[in-house]
Design a protein around this ligand. Sequence first.
Ligand code: ADP
Ligand code: MG
Length: 586
Amino acid sequence: MTPFEELGLSQPLLNAISDLGFEKPSEVQEKAIPVLLENETDLVALAQTGTGKTAAFGFPMIQKIQADSRTTQGLILSPTRELCLQITNELQLYSKYVKGLRTVAIYGGASITEQARQIKKGAQIVVATPGRMKDMIGRRMVDISKIDYCVLDEADEMLNMGFYEDIKDILSNTPEEKFTWLFSATMPKEVAQIAKKFMHKPQEITVGTKNAGSSTVQHEYYTVGGRDRYAALKRLADANPGIFSVIFCRTKRDTQKVAEKLIEDGYNAGALHGDLSQNQRDLVMNAFRKKQVQMLVATDVAARGIDVDDITHVINYQLPDEIETYTHRSGRTGRAGKSGISMVIVTRSEMRKIHAIEKKIKQDFISKKIPTGIEICEIQLYHLANKIKETEVNTEIDGYLPAIHDVLDGLDREELIKKIVSVEFTRFYNYYSKTKDLNTSEPSKERSERRDSGGGSVRYFINIGERDGYDWMSLKDFLRDTLNLEKEDVFNVDTKGSFSFFNTDASLTESILQTFTDFKMKGRFINVEVSTKPGSGSGKKRNRGDRRSKFKKGGGDRSYSKKGKKGGRGRSKGGKHPGFFSLILY
Ligand code: ADP
Ligand code: MG
């Protein structure tokens, strides 16, 4: 029996699950599904975002519903239009082998008559936002007087958004003898009240600790002056070339402003907030899903429940007013077992809030420094070198090659590499070489990750990274195991797409380089280099023979080449920075 079969799910669902590639149930699914299948009961389930709640109520609801009757039997209320569409989409996938079952979404901002028409065709399951639901009940466009099951999804957020009265009204149109399943990431007293008022002896399920943030997320904060917020944001993006992120602002206006500035500065960014038309919001969300937009700037309300996996970073451009909101924000990353980073840009006066959040999420923040211009150049350079290496050769150029050879005639390999890299890199260098340090000093914290690099710490480059399945924790483990070191010996581990950085005490450098000389793992050379700072001129050329390694192809890279605009990323004047280039000439 497969793990899903053991939960008591029927064959049509099992087939769909296998199509979806789900291998085993998540914790909330494991706990909720048997309870809901075997009993007719009310349920309160607390689980963070990204834990698979949709299937936890979706599978049992689909299995319990009579698909051969056209009556609406299940109602799912969710706070936003985006979420409503997502749930509908998921349920349609889950029920694709259940003949005759129809799930219809109703939400504001789209044609109400069209939605009414869809309902009229028969919808055993209706997924709705509270506002539109109330509206349609009032116009008798939907009948929920015979439902058996009602789900309140993201209940905390619905109440947060002021839907209490609407929910009360809607529930008054449902039969007394139905079962209510409430799902929520957190349990503020408003949710407890709803449970008390509208539910009868609900069974309770809690996944993880109540109110805790997801443990696969690393929380970092960066202290800057208030006026440097935007510059800091840009640096964080530039220091993470493969970034795929949601950036949270407090107001619609700031959201729009930050997105516009990013676009102007050449980033693949988009805005998501309530002042945009539905059409605009759809466009942005689609582009984000396809990773054409790498930085989605959003308000809390608009971003709630966005179910996009693989988000690498959540950036809190400003902290939210409510601590609870932080949990929702950081829950956008670290989904489906992956790790993620939640970054907060703060001013010194906001430090109190960081401590309050730490208490709430029961996890410590790491104090980090905004990378310097030079550090960013370094990261971008390695990234570029790797990108060149991974680029698939386009055979369309074959016919032009003889002519291109003529043009490039007389350049040796070394010169050619320098020039190719400079094409893109100089723009970065010109922008960053003269910028200031953005970090404001703060009282030193014991758990600060970044150590005094002047005091004899050495930074290394290693040619494995996220695409090889590492995050900072697992890479740290790998390094400690391989090098036989203690927990504190390896620090500042920063994983990027196909490479990473880490630090150790300078006294360890020799033995580390020794260990990684001709070091092979699964047939591939693992290369560690001291990450030389430009200007120091000590980039040694090494020749360690053939180290052609296979990198998996990854997407989502921002291309600077086509988008350089004003703001210092303008045209290259042909800078020369020998310290950099020697690094990539193995
Ligand atoms: P939540 O509602 O708790 O925030 P979702 O229901 O939106 O979480 O699920 C998050 C993601 O995880 C979705 O992309 C979903 O398809 C995926 N997922 C859900 N259950 C499983 C599972 N058992 N195995 C693998 N992926 C899953
Ligand atoms: Mg959900």
